[in-house]
Design a protein around this ligand. Sequence first.
Ligand code: GLV
Ligand code: MN
Ligand code: MN
Length: 449
Amino acid sequence: MSTKNLTHSSHIQLANSINKDHIARSLEHLAKISDPAFGTTGVTRLAYSDTDIKGKNYIAELMTQAGLEVKVSPIGNTIGRLKGSKCDEFAVISGSHTDSVINGGHFDGIVGVICAIEALRVLQQVKDDLIHPIEVIDFAMEESARFGLSLLGSKAFMGEVSGENSLLLQDNQGVSVAEALKNVETLKYFKNENNKSFDSSIKRALWAVEESKADVKKIRAYVELHVEQAGFLEEAKIPIGIVDGAAMPTRWAIQIIGEQAHSGTTPMECRKNALVAASEFVLLVDKICKDEASHDTVGAITKMAVEPNAMNVVPGKCSMFLDLRSADKESKDRVKNILLKKLDEICSKYGVTHSRKVISEDGPKTFSSDIMAISQKACENLGLKYMVMPSRAGHDACTVSNHIKEVGMIFVPSKGGVSHHHEEWTDIDDIVLGTKILLLTLLELATTK
Ligand code: GLV
Ligand code: MN
Ligand code: MN
């Protein structure tokens, strides 16, 4: 990959025509689309909910206004395409997500989608110079907040979803991914071209996964702009992060099975209290991860349900989710081995049993040094300071990097490092700077062989 075009003053001019008001208005508009069932604190657009669909319809509208050709794949990925006039293959892709956690912020994922649309709106001006088309993708279900499973849209796009297991996972209301997925049909730009009909939601979901696969060989490169979600850029007063890799999660669903009993009449020595065993495990995860702090390994039990959850009953069952992350594979493996051994020990100590299901098992990712060099050069040309840094969160870029080498990410600062919280904040001026670097990186990739 060359960097031959990067110093063109016309390219710098294009970067400087990114419209701050467009971006700010779109961010504000999307932030108002939030599920009222979760109150008015922050933004809630859980994957495949009606609110998520509303948000995605708004994104499709923005894509149309930017002059992009819009289509929605059956898994719910919304794709806007700017055609290269000299070649319609080997697309340069920029993507992220607009679904959210519960009571989240205005920026996680959203910045990557809205700013890529703005960059492509500007790049319409040079579409005759493109030798590769550029696409922006709002990937479906990046967040694991609803089903415990993340990155479904990008995994389906890259052909990584196999079998029924992930599609059968359920939310707190007992709705499965496969059932929720049907809501994609209500997206304004969704077309069921062959008028397919199915006698079960799982068959339909398997079809949606299959139909949403991209031809990986036809992807030239992928670049994602995202908020940092940590505080390193702000602390160093640096506006741009060039991401060299990412930590990825190991996620387990664990069930501790004890014995439901009368909480007044059952003698203490006869109890098989599932919650007591689970509680010891919660503390253990915290301790073991703190012991691995020098390797930046982090982990927690992030979700727990107690059954029957009643005042006068000794808990018979406890279901919990473990989210364990590290960019250091050896450290993560060490933690996993300790947790497995200790889980057995804790269960036998309290006379309970357990079952465990692996929801995700992803290793650390390394991004392309060629794309990093292009983004670094773009920063130098605009006179911007940058920092090379890893990502501690998972992103759609990580899925893409399992299949192609040419993947890059650009970070903009998060105030106080706050994210997955309603106070998540990034200054609009920093977002504009990130969009300029994104535009220059995409332009370079779309105008060179
Ligand atoms: C993304 O939101 C993650 O959980 O890393
Ligand atoms: Mn997130
Ligand atoms: Mn995100």
